[in-house]
Design a protein around this ligand. Structure first.
Ligand SMILES: Nc1ncnc2c1ncn2[C@@H]1O[C@H](COP(=O)(O)OP(=O)(O)OP(=O)(O)O)[C@@H](O)[C@H]1O
Length: 303
């Protein structure tokens, strides 16, 4: 089931196209990673989803229509969350709860539960101005879900955290995604891999690729053959013969190395090794390797 669908949403600033006709959907109770390099359009997309920015083209559609007051329906943690330094963590949470329509009692109950989950119970009555960066980030996350939103939007939620802080936040998200859809933007593929079910890869304001993480991992992780020959060795004829084998896609990674993609790894490996021996080719390397997801993404971005 889809919670939200973006239909060709775009955003221009004068001549700058921050986002150009992006279409994607957000599944119910799915965690979606919005990936892409600096300037790809991730923050712009999140701001449109949050209703903080109007798209200059396209529209957002939701099951049963988008509620007029999106605050009750979604939670948002911006890239650099701002707090009133003079408020305590508890006051910050309770105020956010009241603003999102909770009763004083509900706000207080939710605050207790969430501060506990965020590891901030002991700091609940300290002023936020004295919190560390990691504590503020966890407070921001807790604040964003105080009203049990259907959709949680997080802009780079773990980029400012140390490895332990990252792990804690990812564990929190793992729990929360049972009850809500989550869209998080990140540069770090490794973090996305830990919790996300789906990926939207963006570059220069466009959606380059989208799909299920497991599916993408499977196709990205397909084995390929990597060959490196000795400099000066006359291997070009041999490589040309290999390239002509049925179903072989060969690409040059440097002057003396090639990578071969094929559905018949075993057959091509056997032929390549046999003909290399027969032709006296001096191999420096010959391996069946798997592309990392990272490598695959870099290639998708370069394309
Ligand atoms: N208010 C603005 N005025 C002009 N251009 C803008 C504005 N906001 C964003 N842009 C441009 O839109 C493009 C997308 O920006 P956006 O912040 O959405 O990217 P991002 O993927 O979130 O990047 P980062 O990872 O660096 O946060 C960039 O080229 C940016 O310079």
């Amino acid at each position: 089931m889809k919670l939200l669908t973006a239909q060709r949403i775009g955003r221009r600033y004068g001549q700058t196209i921050a986002l150009g006709e992006a279409s994607f959907s957000i599944g119910d109770r799915r965690c979606i990673a919005l990936l892409g390099p600096n300037g790809a359009g991730k923050t712009t997309t999140l701001s449109i989803l949050a209703g903080l920015l109007e798209p200059t083209s396209g529209e957002m559609l939701a099951e049963g229509g988008l509620p007029a007051d999106r605050r009750r329906w979604m939670g948002f943690l911006p890239q650099q969350p701002a707090f009133f330094g003079w408020m305590t963590g508890r006051e910050t949470m309770e105020t956010a709860g009241r603003l999102c329509g909770l009763s004083a009692k509900e706000a207080s109950n939710r605050t207790k539960i969430l501060l506990e989950q965020a590891g901030l119970t002991d700091a609940a009555d300290r002023r936020v101005g004295g919190y560390s960066g990691g504590m503020k980030q966890r407070l921001g996350l807790a604040q964003a879900v105080i009203h049990r939103p259907r959709l949680l939007l997080l802009d780079e939620p773990v980029s400012a955290l140390d490895p332990i802080g990252r792990r804690e936040v990812l564990t929190m998200l793992e729990q929360w995604k049972r009850d809500m859809s989550i869209v998080l933007s990140t540069h770090v593929l490794h973090d996305a891999e830990q919790v996300c079910d789906d990926i939207i890869l963006m570059n220069k304001g466009s959606v380059v690729l989208q799909g299920e993480m497991d599916h993408i991992r499977q196709s990205a992780g397909r084995p390929y053959i990597r060959i490196e020959t000795e400099a000066g060795d006359n291997a070009s004829e041999w490589l040309a013969t290999l390239e002509k084998l049925p179903g072989v896609r060969m690409s040059a990674t440097s002057r003396y190395s090639r990578s071969i993609e094929t559905d018949d790894i075993d057959g091509v490996r056997e032929t390549a090794l046999r003909t290399a021996l027969e032709g006296g080719i001096k191999l420096l390397a010959f391996e069946v390797a798997r592309k990392s997801l990272e490598q695959w993404f870099v290639e998708a971005l370069n394309e």
